[in-house]
Design a protein around this ligand. Structure first.
Ligand SMILES: [Zn+2]
Length: 317
């Protein structure tokens, strides 16, 4: 199937077996594109015939995937790139960090002795928020460094692959992965590593897009959770639980929502359906906020509607 996809010649792909069960038997699931930035390419997703996990196969070679995380890629946009929109962007980012805080503080009592690790910490605003509010010790891992970002030096930052980092075992009271696991090239290794690093009473909190959600049914191959080629895996609730439970962690709570606003998936899904790939946020900011206002009665029930995200809370097994 993928051999027929018309990709630029310099893209390198590698075939992988199922991250969850190791099987190589699959059926075709969908072809995704880089809808956010509009970069070239078609990326194939397969469904494991044995366990049902949906994953990118073949996937973009690890040497090349960094090129897809450039300044165009929204999760890594720095505030200073936003010009006149900076105040709006800052407000949205602060709100996002507060939403993360309201989830984690239900499960962990953070204080000045707490050790927090954020895996895939990007520019570190969530960690800095926790440090400011609770005085907690903050550590972060990402494969790109953003050392120029304000106060980034307050984070004990480790650059590189999470499972290769030399971090103290049995040490952390809270490990968070906000939209990290679906990008991971070895999710089981990542989960095992977090089971090793979390303290006996600590919590690992993981948010990923939810494949068995309303917005996936609405948008299918234009679902923003496809986000190819950065997303290597698309988890439904069942496959997420299965992978966690074979990795030295056990699930203690499940939320059919996350800190990430579902409305972003609704807006961008409609946009990609109508206009195709390549989102120009600066031209769409007014429709974005208007749409949010119109949908606000629905979004009030976001936590009950299974719109797009899922969060699992885990402990050491
Ligand atoms: Zn499988």
């Amino acid at each position: 199937m993928y051999a027929q996809l018309n990709n630029p010649k310099h893209y390198k792909f590698e075939t992988v077996s199922c991250y969850n069960c190791g099987s190589t038997k699959t059926s075709h699931f969908l072809v995704g594109e880089e809808d956010l930035t509009g970069k070239e390419g078609y990326f194939n997703f397969e469904k494991c015939s044995d366990c049902g996990l949906v994953y990118q196969n073949p996937r973009v070679h690890m040497d090349q995937i960094k090129d897809f995380y450039d300044n165009e890629y929204i999760a890594h946009r720095k505030k200073k790139n936003w010009g006149l929109l900076t105040p709006l962007y800052n407000r949205a980012m602060n709100k996002h960090d507060r939403s993360k805080d309201s989830i984690v503080s239900k499960y962990v009592d953070l204080n000045e002795k707490s050790q927090v690790l954020d895996v895939g910490c990007a520019v570190g605003t969530f960690l800095l928020h926790l440090h400011k509010k609770y005085g907690s010790h903050i550590s972060g891992v990402d494969f790109k460094s953003d050392l120029s970002f304000p106060n980034f030096d307050k984070i004990d930052f480790h650059c590189g692959l999470f499972y290769e980092q030399n971090l103290p075992k049995n040490n952390f009271d809270l490990i968070t992965m906000w939209h990290f696991l679906e990008h991971c090239y070895d999710p089981v290794k990542t989960l095992n590593k977090s089971a090793e690093l979390i303290s006996d009473s600590g919590k690992v909190i993981i948010e990923v897009p939810r494949l068995d959600s309303v917005t996936y049914k609405m948008f299918k191959d234009k679902w923003p959770g496809v986000q190819a080629p950065q997303h290597t895996v698309m988890f439904d609730k069942k496959s997420l639980f299965e992978m966690i439970e074979k990795s030295g962690l056990k699930v203690v709570d499940y939320l059919p929502y996350g800190a990430f606003p579902s409305y972003f998936y609704i807006f961008t899904g409609i946009y990609f359906k109508i206009f195709g790939k390549g989102l120009n946020l600066e031209n769409t900011v007014i429709p974005y906020f208007l749409g949010q206002l119109l949908l606000s009665p629905v979004l009030l029930f976001e936590k009950k509607l299974n719109l797009s995200m899922q969060t699992v809370v885990c402990e050491k097994a």
